[in-house]
Design a protein around this ligand. Structure first.
Ligand SMILES: Nc1ncnc2c1ncn2[C@@H]1O[C@H](COP(=O)(O)OP(=O)(O)OP(=O)(O)O)[C@@H](O)[C@H]1O
Ligand SMILES: O=P(O)(O)OC[C@H]1O[C@H](OP(=O)(O)OP(=O)(O)O)[C@H](O)[C@@H]1O
Length: 206
């Protein structure tokens, strides 16, 4: 049996649809109610959790495979996994965003940057050799500039409509995000054939 953790929320449905389109029996998932662990008829055991918890389950060997966004991987300090496949879904990107005047404004103090992804934000501004103050927000990060808490934000942009609705714009794109299939290193040793079979199926090669 292959044990899988799928990130709940936005990408959950797309991952399940992809598995279904590649011939996996997703009926037990489609008809699930509030259950968090489901076993399918073709030997998959699936749990659904918050993005960071998917990494925790994989790190502790509870699951063999995780389906998780690159954003979560970028923000995490855990790197001891194999990044096996880009599913090409859940596509969006990290960007610095602010009011248009940010580009021409002169700052006589450290800029304040709000983000849910403080590690990504820190690394980005470090790479620019800019010393900024990073302020952690848990969500609705666009509020940072709107309420005057920060000069800019580092956040996920998909359609850009949240930025637009709040008068903000992309100042600079940082990096692309999509959903990845990651694998526990020990699992790849002991369940190599099953895992590669799944990769082939997801690649449409079987
Ligand atoms: N517009 C988007 N905003 C945020 N995440 C997106 C977007 N589009 C795709 N994603 C991907 O979906 C994943 C899950 O996002 P989702 O918003 O469902 O959960 P979350 O980030 O844990 O937020 P919440 O705390 O609201 O549950 C993200 O990690 C990212 O990889
Ligand atoms: O470019 P868009 O298509 O508008 O998508 C981007 C928005 O979606 C995400 O927020 P989410 O809805 O997950 O809520 P949150 O801000 O509370 O995390 C992200 O943080 C942006 O706010």
């Amino acid at each position: 049996m292959i044990k899988i953790a799928i990130t709940k929320g936005r990408i959950e449905k797309q991952v399940c649809q992809l598995l279904q389109s590649r011939g996996y029996d997703m009926d037990p998932i489609i008809h699930k109610d509030r259950e968090l662990l489901i076993e399918t008829n073709d030997g998959l055991s699936m749990i659904f959790g918050k993005a960071n918890d998917v990494l925790t389950f994989l790190e502790h060997g509870i699951v063999d495979i995780g389906f998780v966004g690159q954003d979560t991987l970028d923000e995490s300090d855990f790197h001891d996994y194999y990044d096996m496949l880009d599913l090409n879904i859940g596509k969006c990107y990290f960007a610095v965003a602010a009011y248009p005047e940010y580009k021409t404004k002169e700052f006589h103090r450290r800029k304040r940057i709000a983000s849910k992804y403080t590690k990504v934000a820190k690394e980005y501004f470090n790479s620019k050799q800019e010393d900024v103050e990073i302020i952690k927000l848990e969500g609705s990060v666009e509020l940072g500039p709107v309420v005057g808490l920060s000069d800019a934000i580092v956040d996920i942009v998909e359609t850009g409509s949240t930025l637009k609705a709040n008068g903000l714009e992309v100042i600079e794109k940082i990096s692309d995000i999509s959903t990845k299939m990651i694998v526990n290193k020990v699992s790849l040793k002991f369940k190599k054939d099953e895992i590669f079979k799944m990769i082939d199926r997801l690649n449409g090669e079987e």
